[in-house]
Design a protein around this ligand. Structure first.
Ligand code: ADP
Ligand code: ADP
Ligand code: ZN
Length: 221
């Protein structure tokens, strides 16, 4: 298995599942959203550029996004495979990823699509809380921390993302259907798409996801 491309709308559980899958498979989790947020926290030029798009729930332009992710997946820790979360998000990004992987003799092995209906996504995202220190993902309703406001993994402080308000979430969902949903057809046509019911418990989604990944051939022929 080489690159796992996690597909699904915002709030489907990609980040939650990617962290578990990374442990299960022993390969890194690369989240484009986390890379942007890390740049923003460090006030890099890239982070400041991305901020205005992220605040509106719009996509950051393809050229900067592709450069950032391709750079990250070229690091040595990515040699045995990668779980991509939140990238690609446009057909242009998907083509750029394929071009870069072909040039490196590598490939996308599987593209699991985590499906969750919109009304559930809205509820999940507005109740999402993140650990400032380790990035662990919680939910006030479905996955609450044991101590309110405190991360159960590292005791870090939990916060709500600026873009997890109902107005911005609506635009992120709109953007998903307009720009990202076409990727479902892109990976279906390449026989890489596997659908997973994202409304099961976190553990059951993980079991289905591991089965989906293992159902695909491991090599890049
Ligand atoms: P994404 O990365 O796709 O935006 P997250 O992994 O951040 O999604 O999950 C969105 C929210 O839904 C979080 O608050 C998370 O705790 C919660 N969540 C994730 N998986 C499930 C699930 N299977 N059932 C209920 N809530 C979930
Ligand atoms: P979600 O929880 O909605 O999946 P992410 O953390 O993946 O959120 O993304 C947050 C924001 O970062 C997006 O709304 C967008 O502005 C920007 N972003 C993340 N990944 C990409 C990408 N592949 N292309 C363009 N913009 C991106
Ligand atoms: Zn933490």
């Amino acid at each position: 298995m080489d690159f796992v491309v996690l597909l699904g709308p915002p709030g489907a559980g990609k980040g939650t599942q990617a962290k578990l899958l990374a442990q299960e498979l022993g390969i890194p989790h690369v989240s484009s959203g986390d890379l942007f947020r890390d740049n923003l926290a460090r006030k890099t030029e890239l982070g400041l550029l991305a901020k205005s798009f992220m605040d509106r729930g719009d996509l950051v332009p393809d050229d900067v996004t592709v450069r950032m992710v391709i750079d990250r997946i070229g690091h040595p820790d990515c040699e045995a495979g990668v779980i991509l979360d939140g990238f690609p998000r446009t057909l242009g990004q998907a083509v750029a990823l394929d071009d870069a992987l072909v040039a490196a003799g590598r490939c996308v092995s599987v593209a699991p699509l985590i499906q969750v209906p919109d009304d559930v996504l809205m509820d999940r995202l507005t109740a999402r809380r993140i650990c400032r220190q380790c990035g662990a993902v919680f939910n006030l309703v479905s996955n609450p921390p044991e101590v309110p406001g405190v991360c159960g993994e590292c005791q870090g402080e939990l916060y709500q993302r600026d873009d997890d308000n109902s107005e911005t979430v609506r635009n992120r969902l709109y953007t998903y259907y307009r720009d990202t949903a076409p990727l479902i057809g892109y990976y279906f046509a390449r026989k890489l798409l596997v659908e997973v019911d994202g409304q099961q418990s976190i553990d059951d989604v993980q079991t289905a996801l591991v089965a989906a990944v293992r159902s695909m051939p491991g090599d890049c022929q």
